[in-house]
Design a protein around this ligand. Structure first.
Ligand SMILES: [Mg+2]
Length: 336
């Protein structure tokens, strides 16, 4: 028998000391969780909303009266937790569960099924469909809140883990000073891009840049000014490249740019613009006006002399060396 018509809370429920438990689970102080209550009975929705409110951790609480409406709410904004009735007209709890579990981005939202049904088979089906937990009506308020807290704790840990992984990913591919990609990432990207060029014959340009007399700059103004100069150049390069280009700090004062779908002529044009851009820019660092110039080497493929990404780098590096030898502040293009 479904208890939708009457109060969903069992009589004689003991008072809950929410703050203590919330604190133990590390949820205290958080007000940013979002809750979705799905039930066809308005009395149940109100009661669950009232109880959940006692936890003080929900910043938003939305309601839906059937599976279709609930699915719409979830697509509008994914909640941190769903409390879902099992028996509802139309799309019921199990169908709703199957709908959201079918979508990769919604798979991790915890769903507690709240129902009057006590038969084991339905419970098993719900759990198999991905329900995180089960509460049977009439429920004990303390039990419901305890189960909500456990699911929120799991959700919070999952979110934290995801953020850590994203940060780790960013840190492992980014140069901390310039925020451009680091050498490790650049080499991996070069492998991928070279393979594409090799297979489809699409052009790939390589630009290698080195700051002229960087050591002199460091010796004159100190390393902090040197770092600022590197940061400023990083920002300039970042603004100059397209989103499909890969710009990296390759070494100390050396930068590399990989330009997909760009031939030798196009890469050389880009390099000339970049050289002028650096020359024209004056960095104001700690009251010092710092201007710098760069030498640039350019290479590209397809090219009979290029059989690997390393060959592409070697040719650009050779051209860069010639630019330095010829007096710096200039662009040299690979001869082959
Ligand atoms: Mg119902």
């Amino acid at each position: 028998m479904d208890h939708d018509a009457t109060s969903p809370v069992a009589a004689g429920t003991a008072p809950v000391r929410d703050d203590e438990a919330a604190d133990r689970l590390g949820l205290l102080g958080r007000r940013d969780f979002s809750l979705l209550i799905v039930d066809d009975a308005v009395s149940v929705r109100q009661e669950v909303r009232r109880l959940a409110g006692r936890l003080g951790v929900f910043g938003t609480c939305r309601e839906a009266e059937n599976g279709v409406e609930a699915y719409k709410r979830v697509l509008e904004a994914a909640p941190d937790l769903i409390l879902c009735d099992l028996v509802m007209p139309g799309v019921d709890g199990l169908k709703f569960l199957a709908l959201i579990r079918a979508r990769e981005e919604l798979r991790d939202i915890p769903v507690i099924l709240v129902t009057g049904k006590t038969d084991v088979e339905t419970k098993i089906r719900g759990l198999e469909l991905g329900a995180s937990d089960y509460v049977t009506k009439p429920f004990d308020a303390g039990e419901l809140l305890a189960r909500i807290k456990v699911q929120l704790k799991i959700k919070a840990l999952q979110d934290e883990l995801r953020r850590s992984n994203e940060l780790l990913q960013e840190l492992s591919s980014t140069d901390a000073l310039t925020k451009l990609f680091n050498r490790r990432y650049f080499m991996a990207a070069l492998g991928t891009e070279f393979e594409r060029t090799d297979r489809y014959g699409s052009p790939l340009g390589m630009v290698m840049l080195d700051i002229d007399h960087f050591k002199r700059l460091n010796d004159t103004f100190g390393h902090q000014v040197g770092d600022q100069a590197l940061r400023g150049l990083g920002a300039l390069i970042h603004d100059a490249v397209r989103t499909t280009d890969i710009a990296a700090r390759y070494g100390g004062e050396e930068f590399c740019m990989l330009l997909p779908e760009t031939d030798l002529e196009g890469a050389a044009e880009f390099a000339h613009r970049l050289r002028l851009g650096v020359e024209d820019k004056t960095l104001l660092v700690d009251g010092h006006e710092v201007s710098m110039t760069v030498s640039i080497g350019v290479s590209a493929c397809p090219n009979p002399a290029v059989e690997s990404g390393d060959d592409l780098i070697r040719l650009a590096d050779d051209a860069l060396y010639r630019a330095k030898r010829a007096g710096r502040n200039r662009v040299m293009v690979s001869e082959r």
